[in-house]
Write a protein that binds this ligand. Structure first.
Ligand code: F6P
Length: 343
């Protein structure tokens, strides 16, 4: 087969490991040829590609980012796109199948194209871990380890100055990164969009810790809104696509804590460093297994499906499962972590 690979949406540590394993498995097991489509769906629509051999993917599993580049191009809205345009390009360039590696938006596009008759399979990716049809996505573990390391550092400077330290982490509309990195770093409060908490409660946790002579560490997910502060926060603005503006909530919480408790407080917005750099070993392995499974799915002609992690097994799931709303942090997971808040 001649297979096109594309990476679309925000980048994520592990994308290169998917590209590498797909190409190596395809060349060694099936005698496939590969085309690397540049800049997500745009590369497919505009036939902007490069041939990918086993030599091109040598050693890339350890590198962050994506050697193919990425974009948020929509396959139906881009000029020349849509099923007819894409089918024409695939025929002209002899592409038998496309493996689309991306998050919810990318997989929704892939599903729609597959429903419209195109030979497409998916690989789920996101640091946010918010895709329903898979237990974990690669990139998440790397983001956790970066955020945990950052909080360990915030703790030592916080302790030295007797300050409260606030760390704002990514996650878009869910709190997985905040929950896991906060638990790993032993944060005194974890604030996530799925759970309503008001500013009084946050200040109480901070006071409890501070009154024992310790420096409170608070982790807040970018999508968190304190109960009762919806209007005040609306003024902080949102991005055009409805996701929270980075830094907005961290700054807000920091100002509230300082004003109400009198404890000197500093905010750090971790931002895109959570998405950059080398993937962890776990993410490299997960991404590698996803890539190999997606290639097998293409050989099975399992169009409209993707690779997914269930327990320790990599399985096939329908793309419709992945795009059926977000996987939120369950209340019981939050309650479990909450037992250790304040202290
Ligand atoms: O979905 C991954 C993610 O990093 C979110 O956590 C964050 O809200 C968003 O992407 C940032 O997107 P951009 O890189 O376009 O600013």
């Amino acid at each position: 087969m001649r297979i096109g690979l594309l990476t679309s949406g925000g980048d994520c540590p592990g994308l290169n490991a998917v590209i590498r394993s797909t190409v190596l498995h395809g060349v060694k097991s099936y005698g496939d040829e590969f085309l690397g489509l540049r800049g997500g769906w745009r590369g497919l629509i505009e036939a902007d590609y490069t041939e990918l051999t086993r030599h091109d993917v040598r050693g890339i599993a350890r590198e962050g980012g994506t050697i193919l580049g990425t974009s948020r191009t929509h396959p139906y809205n881009h000029p020349g796109g849509g099923p007819e345009g894409i089918a024409r390009q695939m025929k002209r360039h002899g592409i038998d199948a496309v493996i689309a590696i991306g998050g919810e938006g990318t997989l929704a596009g892939a599903k729609r194209l597959a429903d419209d008759g195109l030979p497409i399979v998916g690989v789920p990716k996101t640091i946010d871990n918010d895709l329903k049809a898979t237990d974990y996505t690669f990139g998440f573990d790397t983001a956790i380890s970066i955020a945990t390391d950052a909080m360990d550092r915030l703790r030592t400077t916080g302790e030295s100055h007797h300050r409260c330290m606030v760390a704002e982490v990514m996650g878009r509309h869910v709190g997985w990164i905040a929950l896991h990195s906060g638990m790993a770093a032993g944060a005194h409060a974890i604030l996530i969009p799925e759970q309503k908490v008001d500013v009084d409660q946050i200040c109480e946790w901070v006071d409890q810790v501070h009154s024992r002579g310790r420096s409170p560490l608070v982790v807040v997910a970018e999508g968190f809104i304190p109960e009762g502060a919806e209007e005040a926060l609306a003024a902080k603005g949102q991005e055009a696509d409805g996701r929270p503006r980075l830094g907005g909530i961290g700054e807000f919480i920091t100002a509230q804590i300082e004003e109400r408790t009198g404890v000197e407080t500093r905010n750090t917005t971790l931002g895109h460093i959570q998405r950059g750099g080398n993937p962890t070993g776990y993410d490299r392995v997960l991404a590698t297994r996803f890539g190999m499974k997606a290639l097998d799915l293409a050989h099975e002609a399992a169009w409209g499906h993707m690779a997914s992690l269930r327990g320790t097994e990599i399985v096939k799931v329908d793309l419709s499962e992945a795009i059926d709303g977000l996987k939120e942090v369950p209340a019981e997971r939050y309650e479990e972590a909450k037992i250790l808040f304040g202290r």
